[in-house]
Design a protein around this ligand. Structure first.
Ligand SMILES: [Zn+2]
Ligand SMILES: [Zn+2]
Length: 228
């Protein structure tokens, strides 16, 4: 299967679909995209089901089907990636999904109030990737070792953070360099705030300040400090 199929939750999706359809076999990432082997009475329907139900961020360009002799397997597995030069595309950064937003505002969730909450359906991809294949060690998240809870989510095929490379929580992930309360107070006193987002900087100012005065103030500051 070729297309945007890595880093978009494709393997756990194939795993759940195969289990629902009572198919055995495996799924893995390879240098061309995703390789799936399936066996069972509904196997012929699998490619259509894949196309119809693919995860929101996946884009399937093509599915090549090859018939093999039955292997007699009994379960479906997610296998480690095959090494090789990667020809697959990396997905774009994506706004926080509804489920992550719910956790963000749920006091019972460990992601409560955590600004970098993400999962396989949302969060940064392209802007944190340094090299392919897409793998945490090759992203800007490499220096943040996962805590136990995040590692458990990452390793659980039933969890929507299964192999979500940027997975992070307040215990193990990046933190804000300035508390939100401090930033709000600076804004209220007329300061301009440049906030580094997923893919660039956002300029913030109090509503009373016009866009023109905010951006020219920021430009003056930037040229004065010679910051990039
Ligand atoms: Zn999410
Ligand atoms: Zn964590």
């Amino acid at each position: 299967m070729r297309g945007t199929v890595q880093g978009v939750g494709f393997r756990p999706f194939a795993y759940r679909l195969a289990r629902t359809m009572r198919l055995s076999g495996f799924v893995l990432n390879d240098s061309a995209g995703v390789l799936i082997e399936i066996e069972g009475s509904d196997a012929a329907c699998f490619p259509d089901a894949i196309r119809a139900q693919a995860p929101p961020r996946a884009r399937i360009d093509s599915i090549d089907v090859l018939e093999l002799a039955p292997a007699g397997g009994e379960r479906f597995q997610i296998l480690e990636s095959l090494n090789g030069r990667s020809a697959t595309r990396i997905g774009a950064d994506c706004a926080t999904c509804a489920e992550c937003r719910r956790e963000l505002t749920d006091p019972a969730s460990r992601f409560f109030g955590y600004p970098f909450v993400n999962c396989t359906h949302c969060g940064p991809r392209f802007t944190i990737t340094r090299a392919l294949p897409y793998d945490r060690a090759q992203t800007a998240m490499a220096s943040f070792a996962m805590c136990q809870a995040c590692a458990a989510d990452y390793g659980d095929p039933e969890n929507r953070r299964f192999h979500a490379e940027p997975v992070a929580c307040p215990d193990c992930g990046p933190r804000l360099s300035h508390p939100i309360g401090e930033v709000a107070a600076r804004l209220a006193s007329g300061a301009i705030v440049a906030l580094k987002g997923i893919g660039g900087f956002h300029l913030f100012c109090a509503p009373a300040m016009t866009l023109r005065s905010a951006s020219s103030g920021y430009a003056r500051h930037v040229s004065r400090s010679r910051s990039p």
